[in-house]
Design a binder for this molecule. Structure first.
Ligand code: ZN
Length: 184
């Protein structure tokens, strides 16, 4: 396998993830911005309990053994947990020309169809907002630099992360949460 970067494979709740981010030593790879993705497949319905460790291991098999990539995205977020996949202080593979510059964050669902404003989609959204708040804070990067995968100039993923995910709403919610945490 081409120098596969072993995954972290740990799942955190929002507070645990915030603490985890503060333990990371950023040395060779320090991301300049974050790219948001949706998984598309699987959809929310295909993962009724969210991701299990087996699902995460299946993703390792997919990226490493089928695609022959050296890494995958950094986070997989479902309605329960924030899974760390590729180590946050190593470059991942998720968005062609942005891999060396950015962290890749995947949210479970197909948000061209799945709803991002209620039910399980809303739970995914809340975990994603929390994770993005932690990452932007710890990295000291402006939330306004957040990018969606479909903005990557060379991508074929023209819909990622789905039309139900509105960029300005996500940015505003991440900023709000960062402000709230500072005030707490
Ligand atoms: Zn994507």
């Amino acid at each position: 396998m081409p120098n596969w970067k072993p995954i972290v494979g740990l799942a955190f709740n929002q507070d645990e993830f915030e603490s985890y981010c503060h333990t990371i030593q950023w040395s060779a790879f320090k991301p300049k911005f974050i790219v948001l993705h949706n998984t598309g497949l699987p959809t929310l319905n295909m993962r009724p309990e969210g991701f299990t460790l087996q699902h995460i291991q299946n993703l390792v098999h997919y990226y490493r053994d089928e695609l022959k990539w050296s890494a995958g995205p950094h986070l997989f977020i479902d309605d329960h947990k924030i899974w760390v996949f590729t180590p946050l202080n190593m470059s991942g593979i998720h968005a062609n020309s942005w891999n060396k510059l950015s962290l890749g964050v995947e949210i479970l669902g197909d948000y061209d169809k799945d709803i991002f404003s209620q039910g399980r989609g809303l739970a995914v959204r809340k975990n994603a907002i929390a994770a993005l708040a932690s990452l932007h804070t710890v990295l000291g990067i402006d939330v306004s630099t957040l990018k969606f995968h479909k903005e990557e100039p060379n991508t074929t993923h023209k819909n990622c992360p789905g039309k139900n995910v509105i960029k300005q709403e996500v940015i505003a919610e991440v900023k709000d949460l960062i402000s709230k945490r500072k005030g707490a």
